[in-house]
Design a protein around this ligand. Structure first.
Ligand SMILES: [Zn+2]
Ligand SMILES: [Zn+2]
Length: 86
């Protein structure tokens, strides 16, 4: 058994289902870095809850930038694009 805390729906107290982890949110409300969230949804009332995701960040081996393992390092991708495919 894990000791992981369960996410419960605040409305109907059902256990929320993890839909997506480390999802990159746009910078609509944060002007600094992009924020990554875990997306949970309630199977009962379809309410969606977002939780800040910190566990899934990985450091880029090239430049050390923290990013989601689901996406490429933005810095390296940019550098690669500027250099052209070599
Ligand atoms: Zn609910
Ligand atoms: Zn990088």
């Amino acid at each position: 058994m894990t000791t992981e805390a369960k996410r419960l729906c605040p409305v109907c107290k059902k256990e929320l289902v993890l839909e997506e982890t480390g999802y990159p949110m746009g910078s609509a409300f944060l002007k600094t870095d992009r924020v990554h969230v875990d997306i949970y949804s309630c199977p009962e009332c379809k309410r969606v809850e977002l939780y800040a995701s910190k566990t899934d960040m990985v450091a880029c081996p090239n430049c050390g930038t923290l990013h989601s393992p689901k996406e490429e390092c933005a810095i390296c991708a940019l550098n690669k694009a500027l250099e052209g495919e070599r």
